[in-house]
Write a protein that binds this ligand. Structure first.
Ligand SMILES: [Zn+2]
Length: 306
């Protein structure tokens, strides 16, 4: 082999080495185990999937609460498989919004049974289309096809006996939407509150699909009654929380509601209420996942309804 060829082989070898490294890196990024974190015995949390997905892994298999967005659905199964070889047996949906049910089809194709309340299924059968709020446009979501739909439905509540745990589902009408459910894992003292709690700021209240601030506060009151100081509370969005923080959140919402209602009674218009910034000392802009004026707008519209 002459020195020229040797040089060429050496470059090819280096190129091959970096290609392999790149491939391994890409695979690790695809199956980034940091995206799934253990939060308790048998329980894991997948965040950055549009919503908080809770995974329960036990002797009878895997159970997920919520399935994230459609865009991330291709990854969910792979990431979950890094913690267990078992198949996903159940997916429980907290409500019908696209960032909570978008992965349903992918997971049902792998054999998972989708469970939700009847209102969620009903909502998934028609389109979701809300008007622009304070310049924020939400994507229109078309009715879901059969493979996305829950196949076991309940009305007010359900008990699922799985992995030596009683999983209690409780419906809350007219809160974040008209079909919210929380899932309470009794033995492990863990609650997935869905979008009845945003630990990253003001809540989204879907007033166009049955949500109300009064119902939202009522739902939190009921969740607080189920909890004790050791309960792990998983919000629909944001970091893991606890009873004390949920209680503070409830008080902040009660105060916001009182202040906005007072301005409505004084005859203030929506623009005047937003300009008055009635919640400014409760949560600052930048501390809230959704812009504050969107929250004030929706509460104003909700409380102005005759
Ligand atoms: Zn939602």
């Amino acid at each position: 082999m002459n020195p020229g060829n040797l040089h060429r082989y050496f470059i090819l070898l280096i190129f091959f080495f970096f290609s392999v490294c790149n491939w391994v890196y890409a695979q690790n990024a695809m199956l980034n185990t940091k995206e799934i974190n253990q939060i308790a015995d048998k329980f894991y949390l997948l965040s950055q999937y549009g919503c908080n997905i809770v995974v329960m892994a036990g002797p009878e298999g895997l159970l997920l609460v919520d399935s994230g967005t459609k865009e991330y659905a291709f990854k969910t199964d792979s990431v979950v498989s890094t913690i267990s070889d078992s198949s996903i047996k159940y997916v429980l949906n907290t409500h019908f919004h696209f960032d909570h049910v978008g992965g349903n089809m992918k997971l049902s194709e792998t054999g998972a049974t989708i469970i939700a309340n009847e209102e969620t299924r009903k909502r998934m059968l028609s389109e979701w289309n809300i008007p622009e709020i304070q310049g924020m446009k939400y994507p229109k979501v078309l009715p879901y096809s059969d493979k996305y739909l829950p196949v076991i439905c309940f009305e007010d509540s359900l008990k699922l006996f799985f992995n030596n745990e009683i999983v209690q589902a409780i419906s809350y009408p007219n809160a974040h939407s008209d079909c919210d459910v929380i899932y309470y894992f009794q033995a492990s003292n863990i609650i997935h509150a869905g979008d009845l709690f945003f630990s990253n700021g003001f809540p989204v209240i879907d007033i166009y699909y049955g949500g109300t601030i009064a119902g939202y506060i009522r739902a939190i009151d009921s969740i607080l009654e189920l909890c004790n100081e050791k309960t792990i509370i998983i919000p629909g969005h944001g970091v893991i929380s606890n009873r004390q923080k949920l209680n503070d959140y409830r008080n902040m919402l009660v105060e916001s509601k009182i202040r906005i209602f007072k301005l409505i009674k004084e005859g203030k218009t929506l623009d005047e209420v937003i300009a008055a910034n009635p919640t400014k000392d409760l949560l600052k802009e930048g501390e809230s996942w959704i812009p504050i004026n969107i929250f004030v707008n929706t509460v104003y519209q909700d409380l102005s309804k005759k």
